[in-house]
Structures are given as C-alpha cells and as structure tokens.
Design a protein around this ligand. Structure first.
Ligand code: MLT
Length: 230
C-alpha cells in the first residue's frame, strides 16, 4: 500500500501493481470496461490526451476534479456508462490516477482496482505467486482516505494468501473494517469527498463505494487497458 512517490524504492519487474483511485479514475475505468467501452488508454498529460483525440479517440480529461476544457468527457463514472462510449476507444488523463499508472509501467502486470470490482481483483490475485503492490493514487502526491480504504479491503480479502511486507496493510485493513460499517459517514470529512461535494458530484461518491458490482479486471495490455473477465 504505497503512494506513487514511494514506488521508486521497489523493483517492479516481477511484481503486480494494482492501481487504485477510488474517486474517481479507477472507478471510471472499471465502469467503462464493464459497460461496453472497447479499450481505455491512460495518459499522464492533457497534451497526450488531445493528440489521441485528434486520431479519433473519445477523450476524457479531468484536472482538480473538473472536466478539462476542450475534451469530450470529464471523470464521472456515469459518463463511462453513457451509450456514446459503447464500443469506443477512450483516452483518459486525470489529476492522479493516470499519473500513478504511468509510474507503474515497469511492473510485470498492471491491474486497475476499485471497490466496484473488489471481488474480481481478489479472485484474480488469490493464486498469484508474485509480490503485489497496491498503489494508492492519493491526491497530488499526498495520502488520501478512500484509496487506502480500498487497499485495506483488498488486503483483508487476501491476507490468508499473502504475507504483508510491512504494517501499512494492517493499518489499512483496520481502517477499512471500521469504515465499512458506514462508508459514506466515514468518508464525509475526507478531502476529496469534500472537494467533489463542492462540485455537486456527491452521487459519484455513493456510486464509487459500492462493492463488487462488476466482475471485470482492467489489465494494461501495451498502452491500453482492456477487460479481463474473471
Ligand atoms: C484523480 O485521478 O485524481 C481523480 O480521479 C480526480 C477526480 O476525478 O476527481
């Protein structure tokens, strides 16, 4: 359970990285691939996203929680379930989530985790021999609550199959076991929940904390995320 700035300490070559950005990048990616989006190409910059838009991709761009000017979509999971994205290729850049993915490219496998596909990610990882890193996108290099709660949920599911490399998974699991009694209440004081509430997208928060409603595991194949169905 790391934030992107700590990732450089680890050799990623033989590890599996699960990137999580609950509010909202990875929740969008899971929702899109579960609802007919053909592939999603995550990029770190607005310029890369614009360049793909010019080659025919639908372009989703978010900065500081809002849709960036001149792009087709923002970063609400509800946009990824719209019929206009059915069968389409989507290029996406967000404040934190796609940046975290761009830092994971040396990993043996890069998966996308969210509460929405928690069980599917658990089932995919259960019998793996490789070390797993849960990469919490956080907010601009800082810790955030919701990504760590997901890390705790995943560690709770996998603790009988893996050894924890440090106490971070233990702490994340303890937080999750407390929070899950009333996740909305637990998260209401978090920085990003407050930020999204100010932007009138509270409904995204309630949607993104639902557990295991999709059985897809987005998997980075080359530059594109595609859906592995477990
Ligand atoms: C991010 O990538 O930082 C988040 O998804 C931002 C957001 O969509 O609110």
């Amino acid at each position: 359970c790391l934030t992107p700035d700590l990732l450089h300490q680890y050799e990623l070559e033989n590890k599996i990285v699960v990137v999580v950005d609950i509010l909202r990048a990875t929740s969008c990616m899971v929702s899109g691939l579960a609802n007919g989006v053909k592939e999603i190409v995550p990029v770190a910059t607005l310029e890369e996203c614009k360049a793909l838009q010019e080659t025919g991709y639908l372009a989703a761009a978010e900065r500081n929680g809002s849709k960036a000017e001149g792009f087709d979509m923002g970063n609400s999971p509800f946009e990824y379930m719209d019929e206009k994205v059915q069968g389409k290729k989507v290029a996406v850049t967000t404040t934190n989530g796609t940046l975290a993915i761009s830092k994971s490219l040396k990993a043996k496998e890069v998966l996308i985790g969210a509460f929405l596909n928690l069980e599917a990610v658990t089932n995919y990882l259960k019998n793996k021999e490789e070390d797993i890193i849960v990469l919490c996108a956080g907010w601009k290099g800082k810790f955030n609550l919701e990504d760590t709660l997901f890390a705790g949920a995943l560690c709770h599911q996998l603790k009988s199959d893996f050894q924890f490399a440090c106490d971070a998974p233990l702490a994340a699991e303890a937080m999750y076991l407390t929070a899950r009694k009333d996740m909305i209440k637990y998260m209401e004081d978090s920085s990003h929940a407050k930020r999204l509430a100010k932007l009138n997208v509270k409904k995204d928060i309630s949607y993104c904390i639902q557990e295991s409603i999709y059985d897809v595991v987005p998997y980075l194949s080359g530059k594109a995320l595609v859906a592995l169905t477990t």
